[in-house]
Design a binder for this molecule. Structure first.
Ligand code: HPA
Ligand code: ZN
Length: 335
């Protein structure tokens, strides 16, 4: 109980949460009804049934199937606003000071939704979160690895205006990992680096189901400065040492890793090895509506498995602040 309060009060920065992954079953069904979206015939019929299905994901792709059906109920700018706002309220309650949130524009433009509908809805929620909750926020667009690279390039070009207006701050890469190595997207990342301004943040999902070579490609070819998940880094000592030396933060999502069967239990994550070698990491929620827990739940499960002392928790909190894409003044405020 005391520890729970301590973890709640600990200033947290979230770097790995997909806004579409915060769509709770309790919101999914009413939105489907309101927007007259017909769910697949074999889709669970109630939030209770859907929660049960969510407890039994076989792997990343099995989850993604539900994730894409779920986001299909989001149609209007208000839907995107409501989704993000309810996330920010939960984040505030969990003790989040700064949130860098992912979204998947192609998951919406493929369904005929305009990118500006998505970006404007999310940004209105982010502005309200800054004004009313005091949370600083950044929006990171992700490209879907299972779609063709030219589609990704087109999406990037369409997003250029939003970067220039400061409405989008970074580029990520998500969706199916195997068999889509990061190197496929080299052209997309160099386009972003050249066209979106010098402080654009570059990150990518790598080493969740893919091996450590996916992490190496992400650093060498995409020039990313962080790695989302990066669990499989432990399989290559040279990769571990490089992450430590180059101060590349892993954005870990412990509950996600269990639900998607990356590990059987959080205790299997090579956390002590990362600490020993000096690989910085943050603790995040990924797709909290699908994986059964928000950021504080992820902190709590890490504590129950690893029993960090206060000193180590201080160090982890500092990794998160230092690895955030924020000004040094904001960092000082959070520290
Ligand atoms: N991995 C890959 N793609 C995703 C994830 C993830 O954890 N969450 C949402 N899209
Ligand atoms: Zn993710």
């Amino acid at each position: 109980k005391e520890m729970h309060n301590f973890l709640k009060e600990l200033p947290k920065c979230e770097h790995h949460v997909h806004l579409e992954g915060t769509l709770e079953p309790d919101l999914l069904f009413p939105l489907a009804k309101r927007n007259k979206i017909e769910l697949p015939a074999d889709f669970p019929k109630t939030p209770e049934e859907l929660h049960i299905r969510y407890d039994n994901f076989e792997n990343l792709d099995d989850f993604l199937h539900f994730y894409y059906i779920g986001m299909g109920v989001l149609i209007t700018e208000q839907d995107f606003f409501d989704l993000a706002w309810s996330y920010f309220v939960k984040a505030k309650n969990d003790g989040v000071w700064h949130a860098e949130t992912f979204f998947d524009p192609q998951g919406h433009t493929e369904r005929g939704i305009k990118m500006e509908t998505v970006v404007n809805g999310f940004n209105r929620a982010a502005e309200k979160a800054q004004a009313e909750l005091g949370i600083s926020t950044k929006l990171i667009m992700c490209l879907l690895k299972h779609l063709p690279v030219p589609n990704g390039m087109e999406t990037l070009k369409a997003a250029t205006g939003f970067y220039k207006q400061g409405l989008i701050h970074g580029l990520g890469l998500d969706s199916s990992e195997l068999p889509f190595p990061p190197k496929l997207f080299t052209e997309c990342y160099s386009y972003a680096a050249e066209n979106f301004g010098e402080d654009v943040g570059l990150t990518a999902h790598a080493g969740e189901e893919g091996g450590p070579e996916y992490i190496t490609q992400t650093l060498d070819l995409l020039k990313a400065t962080r790695i989302d998940h990066g669990v499989n880094s432990y399989k290559d000592d040279a990769v571990m040492e490089r992450l430590a030396r180059e101060n590349v933060m892993l954005t870990l999502c412990p509950l996600s890793n269990v639900k998607l069967q990356v590990v059987e239990d959080v205790a299997e994550l090579p956390v002590m090895k990362w600490l020993e070698v000096g690989v910085p990491f943050s603790i995040n929620s990924d797709d909290p509506a699908y994986f059964g827990g928000y950021i504080l739940d992820n902190y709590v499960v890490m504590h129950t498995r690893f029993g960090f002392d206060l000193n180590t928790w201080g160090k982890i909190a500092k990794f998160g602040v230092d690895g955030s894409w924020i000004s040094s003044e904001r960092k000082k405020k959070i520290h």
